[in-house]
Design a protein around this ligand. Sequence first.
Ligand code: SAH
Length: 246
Amino acid sequence: MSELELLMLPEMVHIWQQTLGWQPTAQQQQLFQQLYEGILEGNQQLNLTRITEPVEFWEKHLWDSLRGVWSQESEGKCEISPTSKIIDIGTGAGFPGFPVAIAFPDTAITLLDSTRKKITFLETLITKLGLENATTLNGRAEAIAKQPQHRQAYDIALLRAVAPASICAEYSLPLLKKGGLAILYRGHWTDEETEDLKPVLEPLGAEIASVEGFTTPISNSIRHCLYLRKVSATEVKTPRPLRKVN
Ligand code: SAH
């Protein structure tokens, strides 16, 4: 196999269709490919991801990012509406935010990360891909949530591999509008963890809408998504004061 072939992402049209009832257009597939190449290139300077093999990238970065926004609770209906205002908190190399921005071109997505050099990389990649619906924001979620232009301003918050679930709830709920949804991407998850999370959610004005367990389509890895619905306004004292992160 030539080097070029090795770098081609698979299309996986049937798996997209079977699992999500969706498949990328030719243009979206091209954007996924450009995203993949951009991440591989960025990886040479920045430690962005260990997942670089095409099929693994497709499953763990593309499919996994998009699976979270198709809740089975709502009968596989997508949680995102065309006009959703979305924030990806702790986006890192742009996951789940980039695949969501590509799949839903009419939404407005903010990619938030506390690391300046990752944000600089994301800005370059947004320009390269010509993604008009994605913007970046550099800062810590705790601080951003105190700014009036961001507090209670989003319909959907996405968080993957950022912090323990209780902290993810504290980061995201102040940023959501009433009725908004936080989607927490987790690996293994137990009923006990659900019970432990409930008392944390009450002062944040949120409740657990659903917890979904599933396996990824290629490697059959176990994943869970937690859907937290903001049912009332968040108390002003949250989130907690700044914590030390990396
Ligand atoms: N969501 C991505 C990256 C996970 S790594 C993925 O799933 O691949 C976690 C990222 O969260 C890092 O890039 C780190 O800089 C960022 N981060 C951690 N705490 C944060 C905070 N309080 N506010 C904003 N970003 C944070």
